[in-house]
Design a protein around this ligand. Structure first.
Ligand SMILES: [Fe+2]
Ligand SMILES: [Fe+2]
Length: 318
């Protein structure tokens, strides 16, 4: 793999200054079935609280390691903003675990430990505890940055899905859960180019990018299916269905709720992944920053964060 940095005036494609919005969410009135009358879709989406924190904290650690290799001021600034945003996502979804899922009786420890093992052992600087030879350290870094770029393609397209889903609003889904999903969605759209730009800047190749998506897609689907079926299996409303990874019910119901407009279908997810295989793929054209920014004007959590920031600045200036 070529690990030379690539310099050009187009290194950064991020068209905004990435800032951290210090949000918080009060889930005390949010029901477990946050999409009324649809426990399946509720759990299917709620599983992201259990998957994301370990991954996003890993992103923060890895991009901090990548910073010294970045030879472009704007991209450095993007990465610093990206790290701050991902850290806040992880913190917010951790509150989703404790204040939303666990406070309502869901047990997720074992699943969260499995997710942590993936990031803290398999993708560690010393994978499975083995030291990477010195000559390979930068290659191992760029390879993992490429895997994250593939994941960030999903967070961008799923972000777009969350912002554009009108069925959840028609169903009168819980507004706090919708806000954490859509605030996160909007920031994923806002920083959609950063991981890809870093991968390219550090010499990440197209063939590796292709292979990385081949690895990332089944892992995302696998974690999603395992984690969400685990939540459903603990819910008394599914006592007679016994949802499990290899059970017919789980897959049939996924298809049915996708048709109802409440979930992305497996086919839709595969078609989104397929665009990443194109040599001409570019995250900047996958979504619009304006769409993300339009949501920040609507988000109650982003408003509260803005108000708190302004108050703090006023105190400092007086
Ligand atoms: Fe995130
Ligand atoms: Fe992200």
């Amino acid at each position: 793999m070529n690990t030379k940095t690539v310099s050009s005036s187009q290194v950064s494609q991020t068209d905004t200054l990435l800032i951290q919005r210090k949000v918080s969410f009060d889930f005390s009135a949010s029901p477990l079935h946050w999409i009324p009358n649809d426990p399946y879709s509720s759990h299917f989406i709620s599983v992201i609280h259990t998957i994301l924190p370990a991954g996003e904290y890993f992103f923060c650690r890895l991009y901090n390691k990548a910073l010294p290799y970045i030879r472009d001021d704007k991209l450095q600034q993007d990465v610093k903003g990206f790290i701050k945003q991902e850290a806040m996502h992880a913190k917010a979804h951790n509150s989703g675990i404790s204040d939303f899922l666990e406070s309502q009786g869901m047990v997720v420890d074992d699943f969260v430990k499995q997710v942590e093992w993936l990031f803290d052992s398999v993708l560690h600087d010393k994978p499975f505890g083995y030291k990477v030879p010195k000559a390979m350290v930068q290659e191992w870094l760029v390879l993992r940055l490429g895997l994250i770029a593939a994941v960030e393609h999903f967070t961008c397209v799923l972000g777009k899905y969350a912002l554009e889903n009108t069925q959840w609003d028609q169903d009168q889904a819980d507004t706090t859960v919708l806000d954490i999903l859509r605030w996160h969605a909007a920031e994923e759209i806002e920083h959609r180019s950063v991981a890809f730009d870093v991968y390219r800047h550090l010499g990440g190749s197209y063939p590796m990018r292709y292979l990385q998506m081949l690895v990332v897609f089944p892992i995302i689907i696998g974690l999603w299916v395992k984690g969400s079926s685990n939540l459903m299996a603990q819910d008394a409303v599914f006592a007679d269905k016994k949802p499990k990874v290899l059970g017919l019910f789980y897959w049939r119901e996924w298809q049915r709720q996708a048709k109802n407009g409440r979930l992305p279908s497996l086919l839709w997810l595969a078609s989104q992944a397929s665009r990443y295989f194109k040599p001409s793929y570019n995250p900047s054209t996958e979504a619009s920053t304006e769409q993300a920014q339009a949501y920040f004007f609507l988000s109650p959590a982003a408003h509260r964060a803005d108000a708190a920031r302004l108050l703090k600045e006023t105190h400092i200036n007086h």
